[in-house]
Design a protein around this ligand. Structure first.
Ligand code: ZN
Ligand code: ZN
Length: 212
């Protein structure tokens, strides 16, 4: 429920274009580096930015998706997906237990709680992963790797590498870094649904590494 997909992509590309500088829709660093400024920045990057009137121009940042009829249709049906993601668990819970109580508890846990938890994980990428963590790679932004968000965020929290190499299909490139999204992309590639996937190479990683 994080907005129509084209809006999401446009915001996200703008985030990469202006990472932690003026123009970034959700940087924690826009108000200064003092304690108060960073507290304000944390709130802004986590969810405050969603209430801004600062809309991203999709025609500038996502013209390829606007031109894609299928994606455009998916994007326009955002309200329908939002209703379904809340009602489908309720329906399943009701049918499985054959009770209104089952429908209600499934709606609460698998609908409301699941959606709000995942929202906070995604927002943590914008807030926590741009403030604290490890920065083994050279990226322009303050992006950092946060290991304890790796599983919940499907690998997105290896955010330092993501900003160092945004088109790389794997963010968790170091040993032991779990990246579930990369596993999904890998599966899609094997099934023939994803092509021209860019996987990390040791040569490129060496170039991006700060230690090099
Ligand atoms: Zn970022
Ligand atoms: Zn990104």
């Amino acid at each position: 429920m994080q907005g129509p997909v084209i809006t999401w992509v446009a915001d996200h590309r703008r985030h990469h274009a202006f990472s932690d500088k003026e123009g970034d829709p959700h940087s924690p660093w826009l108000f200064g580096t003092g304690v108060r400024a960073l507290a304000r920045g944390f709130w802004h990057s986590h969810m405050g930015w969603l209430f801004d009137r600062d809309l991203t121009n999709a025609e500038r940042f996502a013209p390829d998706l606007l031109a894609d009829r299928d994606i455009d249709r998916v994007s326009r049906l955002f309200a329908l997906w939002s209703v379904l993601t809340l009602l489908a668990p309720a329906l399943i819970g009701g049918l499985v237990t054959w009770s209104w109580w089952g429908a209600l508890t499934a709606f609460f846990w698998a609908g409301l709680v699941r959606v709000s938890l995942l929202h906070h994980v995604t927002w943590s990428i914008n807030s926590i992963c741009h403030m604290w963590g490890e920065r083994p790679f050279a990226a322009r932004a303050h992006s950092a790797n946060v290991w304890w968000l790796a599983i919940l965020s499907f690998g997105e929290s290896w955010h330092n590498l993501h900003h160092a190499d945004p088109t790389c299909a794997r963010h968790g490139v170091e040993e032991g870094q779990i990246d579930l999204s990369a596993a999904v992309i890998n599966g899609f590639e094997k099934a023939g649904w994803a092509t021209s996937v860019r996987w990390p190479t040791s040569r490129r990683l060496e170039k991006l590494s700060k230690a090099a």
